[in-house]
Design a protein around this ligand. Structure first.
Ligand code: FAD
Length: 402
């Protein structure tokens, strides 16, 4: 074990200001006394973004400004140093983090760098498919789709320009196709395109959409989306992605100028490059959220792997990331004060998936919800997060009440 011995003020470095990282920072800011620790938060952008809403930015039904908030507006700079930079290497053996423009040393490290797309080695996906992972990636998707509509007016024989393939029918894929289907009528009006020529095809290798979700709600969700014009190809693996579209199943080619891949998440590659033990980039953390073999490295959010009582890993969600952030901060404070650490216990509060404007499905408080009620519950959940993050002012600024 890599123990910690300190005489001066301990240095805590948090990598990533997504759901888990920002929550760790905000809780430390609240819990730590003056001069108890030096806390530095590193993030590649100077804003925190709401990943759970990125399907809207990508589809173009929402403005990116609604989905991000300046980190300096959330933290107290007297208590937390914010460094806008990209982490390029983690060196646990030296207790250092290498940034693109400097080096930070730490006594305690929190790795909260989020996930990356997992392509499962499917040829061409990394090169030709777009992914929904950040504000910048969603801007690209939105612009790309609009450009294909504009191109179609110059090349009207190319209906593939109006075909959008979405690989993966998990939460991200389903929420995105729901939103995209809502956007199509507006796009068609804007670019004078016949709506009947537009195709949204959601392709999933598993035998059902939203694997593991309540079958009755899945059935309802599929009917809603099909009514909006989404075509499902279930039990159909994507074999290859090419510059012209995708090859599926036994070799059938689907021509599409836009392919969005939402089929898998892995942890950040910097972790395995650091020599920390991982399974697809995610770290099987101990009950206190520490990396195996390191007393002073905590891993939270999509980079971590936590198991339920039946030994199955919890899926990576914002909900678990936020709870881990809170627990991680408590444990950092406990480490510094030489107190007992608190095991992480995930409290699953429910799952809600949007199907586009005013429609959602989900299970919460042990009950099933669908339609407008589920959509309102999802909205309430988003508002609650804003409140936890930045109080009533942030709710009013980013709550999209109009
Ligand atoms: P993130 O929130 O992804 O944050 C990682 C941070 O690290 C980012 O700020 C990033 O800029 C920064 N970073 C990354 N690399 C570097 C680097 N090298 N240097 C510096 N900074 C770096 N979950 C739910 O619970 N409910 C939902 O409804 C839901 N919907 C979703 C919809 C979509 C479209 C997507 C994509 C995900 C959704 N999720 C949902 C999953 C959820 O968003 C993630 O599980 C959650 O964001 C993970 O939080 P995190 O803190 O691990 O990472």
């Amino acid at each position: 074990m890599d123990g910690v011995e300190m005489n001066s003020i301990p240095k805590i470095v948090i990598l990533g200001a997504g759901y888990s990282g920002i929550m760790t920072a905000l809780r430390l800011q609240k819990e730590l006394n003056y001069n108890e620790a030096d806390v530095t938060l590193v993030n590649k952008h100077d804003y925190h973004y709401f990943t759970t809403q990125l399907h809207m930015t990508a589809a173009g039904t929402d403005n990116p400004e609604n989905n991000r908030v300046s980190i300096l507006k959330l933290i107290d700079e007297f208590k937390i140093d914010f460094v806008k930079s990209t982490v390029v290497q983690i060196r646990p053996q030296d207790r250092k983090v290498i940034l693109e423009d400097g080096t930070l040393s730490y006594d305690y490290l929190v790795i909260a760098l989020g996930g990356e797309s997992e392509t499962f080695g499917i040829p061409g996906l990394a090169e030709y498919a777009l992914t929904i992972r950040s504000i910048n990636s969603t801007r690209l998707i939105r612009e790309h789709i609009e450009y294909q509509f504009a191109r179609f007016k110059r090349e009207p024989h190319r209906t593939d320009l109006l075909t959008i393939v979405v690989g993966g029918a998990g939460f991200t894929g389903i929420e995105f196709v729901g939103e995209l289907a809502d956007r199509v009528p507006e796009l068609c009006r804007q670019f004078d395109v016949d709506p009947s020529l537009v195709k949204i095809i959601n392709i999933e290798a598993a035998p059902t959409v939203l694997p593991g979700f309540d079958p009755e709600l899945v059935e309802y969700g599929m009917r809603v989306l099909e009514r909006k014009g989404v075509t499902f190809r279930i039990g159909t693996p994507i074999r290859e992605c090419t510059p012209d579209g995708v090859v599926v199943g036994d070799g059938e080619e689907i021509k599409a100028a836009t392919v969005i891949w939402t089929g898998g998440v892995r942890g950040n590659r910097l972790i395995e490059e650091a020599g920390i033990e991982t399974a697809r980039g995610r770290v099987k953390v101990d009950e206190y959220l520490r990396a195996p073999g390191y007393d002073n490295i905590f891993v939270v959010g999509d980079c971590s792997l936590v198991f339920n009582d039946e030994g199955k890993p919890y899926p990576p969600t914002a909900q678990i990331a936020v709870q881990q952030g809170v627990n991680c901060a408590q444990n950092l404070v406990a480490c510094i004060r030489n107190q007992a650490l608190k095991p992480f216990r995930y409290q699953h509060k429910g799952t809600l998936a949007s199907l586009g404007k005013g429609e959602a499905i989900g299970v919460a408080f042990g009950r099933k919800y669908r339609g407008r009620t589920a959509a309102w519950m999802k909205k309430a959940n988003d508002l609650r997060y804003l409140f936890v993050l930045g109080g009533i002012m942030l709710v009013l600024r980013k709550g999209r009440f109009i």
